[in-house]
Design a protein around this ligand. Structure first.
Ligand SMILES: [Zn+2]
Ligand SMILES: [Zn+2]
Ligand SMILES: [Zn+2]
Ligand SMILES: [Zn+2]
Length: 233
């Protein structure tokens, strides 16, 4: 496609060919990145586009007429593509926590507790599914209202102990798992992302933010297919 467009513009003259090379270089790069064609290596789009334009230029040169200026087309296309990539890298998001600029291939996570977008390398805790800052500060995610807890788990239990921290009914607000009826204190329910440590069942009506959000570096977000913590690829 790129070849035929440039070929057509090349037939129209030197200026059209050079202009076409610039437009195709930057436009092709934008399309490339937009449609998420393999662009793990930043140098790939400029190289491919420059070679494509080189092919069409050679066909023009050999088949029709010789013009020194048209030989600049591949360079212009590669340069325009490189510039486009460089601008995109400059605009790339930063991790909200460590402020590191995110790489093209990096994955970010939306923290369910503070809703910051954080990098997977330093700031996301895969085991606990929250950012390191929320882990350190024990930032809660579940509602604090008694009415919510009573609706979701039934009344507080004064007998028994929390199956995780062993707090008694006096020490913690014990609430039963709706599936296996084991008790967990509210702090442990919260720390465990609303999951029962024994059977893995989650409390009904968990806040939507608890569904783990993964974001690509270009800002698109998607839901992790599984509620479980993902393993690093
Ligand atoms: Zn970070
Ligand atoms: Zn957080
Ligand atoms: Zn507990
Ligand atoms: Zn359970």
């Amino acid at each position: 496609m790129t070849i035929s467009v440039h070929f057509g513009m090349g037939l129209a003259g030197n200026v059209a060919a050079l202009l076409g090379a610039v437009l195709l270089g930057s436009g092709g790069t934008l399309l490339w990145v937009h449609f998420d064609l393999p662009h793990r290596h930043a140098w790939l789009p400029p190289l491919v586009l420059a070679v494509t334009i080189l092919v069409s230029t050679l066909v023009l040169e050999l088949g029709f007429r010789y013009s020194f200026w048209q030989l600049l087309s591949p360079l212009l296309a590669g340069g325009a593509s490189t510039l486009t990539i460089a601008l995109r890298i400059r605009d790339r998001q930063r991790c909200n926590l460590c402020n590191r600029r995110l790489k093209l291939q990096s994955v970010t996570f939306r923290c369910p507790r503070c809703s910051m977008l954080v990098c997977d390398e330093n700031c996301w805790n895969f085991e606990h599914r929250r950012c390191e800052m929320c882990l350190e500060n024990r930032v809660p995610v579940l509602p604090v209202q008694d009415s919510w807890w009573s609706r979701v788990t039934g009344p507080r239990s004064m007998n028994g102990r929390c199956q995780i921290c062993l707090a008694s009914g006096d020490q913690g607000d014990l609430r039963p798992c709706v599936t296996c009826r084991r008790l967990q204190c509210r702090d442990c329910w919260d720390f465990n992302n609303g999951e029962c440590a024994r059977c893995g069942a989650t409390l009904p009506e968990l806040p939507p933010s608890l569904r783990t959000m993964v974001a690509e570096a270009d800002g698109r977000e998607q839901l992790l297919p599984s509620h479980r913590s993902p393993s690093k690829a």
